[in-house]
Write a protein that binds this ligand. Structure first.
Ligand code: SF4
Length: 298
């Protein structure tokens, strides 16, 4: 398995990995955002470090031709083999749906995999803040799996956990997810990052259960920030995409500035308690409810 941040002349590649994801297996990463970390959130646990550009602005951050060029280059260099991939995932340096061309990139990648007679599902990790935009819904058409972040249940948790851009509210996020659910044929999953500050309160867990029932999405991921966050200050180290922090240690980044922030995590015991509590509450309403737990029950 080759894991790489390919250097393409003077710029980093917009393709990274493959990485092993506990959620989806072997995943090739697509980064339509690029060198400046850009997101409508600035999550307290974000593994990119502090987000540099907190915005809801949709625009072309990286030209489609660069992304496809990097993909083909990595393919020709045998940096990945299509048959060994479980999934191709759009994520990278922030919120991928902010890239105005992410749908076009997805379409071209799908055409490429089909031309190579490979069936590799396309997946995207999104914070669900752009789903009120019908062009985003349309651009998600080529995705097989859409993983939606839902950490916050009210404005306090939204502010504390996600540190969202000011025009975003929980209400709008929920409405956006419902909008997507009505129009999409993709498999939808909710990814929930549990931080002890909120997750040790059963009322918060029960409100999460209510939101899951309200949305009618039966696949969820229980996560907790069990990897340290880069203490990057104003800088962004693109090598940290896809949890490649270990790779950052081998690169140009000065050793003295490689610092981590250890984040508070929920315990294994608490994660399984949350799983059981959600199962108990949600399965009455969603018969096929299933949970992927970061601690994975043996
Ligand atoms: S939504 Fe994702 S990329 Fe954006 S700040 Fe949160 S963890 Fe980072």
């Amino acid at each position: 398995m080759i894991s790489t941040v390919l250097e393409t002349s003077s710029r980093p590649s917009y393709i990274y990995g493959p990485v092993i994801s506990w959620r989806t297996g072997t995943s090739l990463g697509i980064d339509p955002i690029g060198e400046i970390s850009t997101c409508s959130f600035n999550c307290s646990y974000c593994q990119l470090g502090k987000i540099q550009n907190i915005t809801r602005e949709r625009k072309v951050y990286v030209e489609t031709s660069y992304i496809i060029e990097d993909l083909l280059k990595a393919y020709r260099q045998n940096s990945f083999h299509l048959n060994n991939l479980d999934v191709i995932t759009f994520a990278g340096s922030g919120e991928p749906t902010l890239a105005l061309n992410f749908g076009e990139v997805a379409k071209q990648i799908k055409e490429f995999t089909e031309s190579e007679k490979a069936k590799v599902p396309l997946s995207i990790l999104t914070n669900a803040t752009s789903l009120d935009d019908e062009t985003v819904i349309k651009d998600l058409e080529n995705f097989d799996l859409i993983s939606l972040k839902l950490d916050a249940v009210d404005e306090l948790s939204l502010k504390s956990i996600n540190q969202a851009e000011e025009s975003i509210s929980v209400e709008k996020i929920i409405a956006g997810i419902k909008n997507l659910k009505d129009k999409s044929n993709a498999e939808l999953q909710l990814q929930i990052m549990f931080l002890p500050k909120f997750a040790n309160d059963n009322k918060y867990i029960d409100t999460i259960a209510d939101k899951i029932i309200e949305l009618g999405i039966s696949k969820i991921q229980i996560n907790t920030p069990n990897r340290a966050k880069p203490k990057s200050g104003k800088n962004y180290w693109i090598e940290t995409r896809g949890n490649h922090y270990a790779e950052a240690e081998k690169t140009h980044i000065d050793e003295s500035s490689r610092e981590y922030i250890e984040l508070p995590v929920i315990s294994q015991e608490r994660a399984f308690y949350i799983e059981d509590r959600l199962q108990e509450k949600v399965t009455k309403f969603l018969k096929d409810f299933s949970v992927i737990n970061v601690y994975k029950k043996q």
